[in-house]
Design a protein around this ligand. Structure first.
Ligand code: MN
Length: 501
């Protein structure tokens, strides 16, 4: 990968949501301060050090972060690597920016060295706490890591492997959980390239050959779909083709005996329209034009993916009867798919416009999603205490694994990790419901308590008021830490009561 020096003007131009003049001044001030602080320091590549914070800041601006976060990105290595201190930064740029940088500096000390499991656990724990404290810190850290991965070729091979491993284990899942598809895809491809060079090259070749072959055909589909929509009076914001990233393609190929002809979504046509109603109208128009493949319509608009992803996917027999995937979404869904939680800043600032002071965070910047998340973090911490191993277990299941959405008969959505059982569902409704569970109907059918709940199912829990205690055996199949700790607590309490008798 070639490195070019980038300028602060490029960073300003990269803002997805252009800053106010005050915001721009803040970013320029931060740049000058960082540039002077780093002085003539150099990166391993031989580039002036300031190239790294500039690149980090550019990534942040591109994914829609605001001026304060971009400024923090410019300053992120100052306290660690230069004589300037956090106190000076706080005086010059305000406590909000200083706190973000303090968080990044703390995270920077996380190094996944050796094979010791407890080190990994501790690293995870710190990352997790930082997320709870200020999610922006983790987003800056992701941008920082992305640029470090982009320039990894300049490091020694053993360091390349160590950093790529650490990135794959920690940063890729976090980018995924935060829904930042842009960063997740690039990070995963870079890790794949360093960790499995042969497989990477093989997959890349397949992808490039196929894409070349499909180019004309995809262009034709774009033209035809565009014309059909125009005919029906649908305004399109954008129609473009998008190729799958290399690492995801490799995973998909593995699932299909390495047969590229069985991968239908190597390249998809994306249609971006004005609102949700237009998404469904577009689906109808695409299906009128091209015959849909049975069982391949996925409506992630009414049933979003666990990380919040929304879109309609359909596989159709496109031009010349060849298989094609179309993805239909609004601009907001598109931005959220590419930039995940970062898109929140984009839409929030657009709504509130007025930029009063960059020294204090605006209260309304905290979305409901974020509040829920921080709340969940706190509960986990209280539940799991200081035992890092148990903490990690809970983290693995609850946080990183993909979640499914199921419904109560009244239509309330219950979010669960994949593989969760009917009993997990019951405890997710309420602890007492969990304790009193004696049976369940899944989509109307009687099911055993250890049945796995699937995405989109309606689960009716049958309770018995006279039942006061959970069954010890449930611990063998429940998946959520919520259900586990509720069952344990209830059994322990019952035991204590028993002992006092
Ligand atoms: Mn850095």
């Amino acid at each position: 990968m070639k490195q070019q020096t980038i300028t602060i003007d490029e960073v300003i131009k990269a803002f997805k949501n252009p800053p106010t003049s005050e915001g721009e001044k803040l970013v320029r001030d931060a740049f000058e301060f960082a540039r002077d602080a780093h002085g003539d320091q150099k990166r391993e590549s031989g580039m002036p050090y300031i190239h790294h914070p500039l690149s980090t800041a550019k990534i942040l601006a591109t994914i829609g972060m605001d001026a304060r976060t971009v400024a923090a990105g410019l300053l992120h290595d100052v306290p660690e690597d230069t004589p300037e201190t956090l106190t000076t930064i706080s005086k010059k740029f305000g406590p909000d920016i200083a706190q973000m940088i303090e968080g990044i500096t703390k995270l920077g000390r996380i190094k996944l060295r050796g094979t010791k499991e407890e080190h990994k656990l501790e690293n995870w724990r710190r990352m997790f706490l930082a997320m709870g404290a200020d999610i922006r810190t983790v987003i800056i850290k992701l941008a920082d890591r992305l640029h470090n991965m982009q320039t990894l070729e300049h490091l020694r091979p053993d360091k390349q492997i160590r950093i790529a491993n650490e990135t794959m284990e920690i940063y890729v899942p976090i980018a995924n959980r935060l829904g930042i598809g842009e960063i997740r895809g690039e990070l995963a491809d870079l890790c794949f390239m360093y960790l499995q060079p042969k497989e990477y090259q093989y997959t890349k070749n397949i992808s490039e050959t196929k894409l070349k072959e499909k180019k004309l055909y995809v262009d034709k589909a774009i033209t035809e779909i565009g014309a059909a929509l125009k005919n029906e009076g649908i305004t399109t914001i954008d129609i473009h083709g998008r190729a799958k990233n290399i690492q995801s393609l490799y995973l998909k190929l593995q699932k299909h005996d390495m047969d590229i002809n069985r991968v239908f979504d190597l390249i998809a046509v994306r249609v971006i329209v004005q609102d949700v109603a237009a998404c469904y109208e577009t689906l109808g128009i695409v299906h009128k034009k091209y015959r849909p493949m049975i069982g391949r319509i996925k409506d992630y608009i009414s049933l979003p993916k666990p990380n919040g992803y929304q879109s309609i996917h359909t596989t159709v027999f496109g031009p010349d009867g060849r298989v094609l995937e179309a993805q239909i979404r609004t601009q907001k869904m598109h931005d959220e798919a590419e930039f995940g939680i970062a898109a929140h800043w984009l839409y929030e600032t657009q709504k509130t416009k007025g930029w009063k002071s960059y020294f204090l965070p605006k209260k309304n910047e905290i979305s409901k999603k974020e509040v829920e998340w921080v709340q969940q973090l706190k509960e986990w911490q209280e539940d799991l205490g200081n035992n890092p191993e148990e903490f990690m277990e809970g983290l693995k299941v609850d946080f990183l694994k993909n979640h499914i959405f199921a419904f109560t008969p009244l239509g309330d959505i219950i979010e669960l990790p994949e593989g969760a059982s009917v009993v997990d569902f019951a405890y997710a409704i309420h602890t007492d419901v969990g304790h009193m569970t004696i049976g369940a109907r899944i989509d109307g059918k009687m099911s055993s308590l250890d049945s796995v709940v699937e995405n989109g199912q309606i689960v009716e829990i049958i309770t018995d008021r006279n039942r006061k205690l959970p069954n010890q055996d449930w611990l063998e199949f429940v998946k959520t830490s919520n259900a586990k700790s509720s069952i344990r607590r209830a059994l322990k309490r019952a035991q204590e009561v028993e002992n006092e008798k």
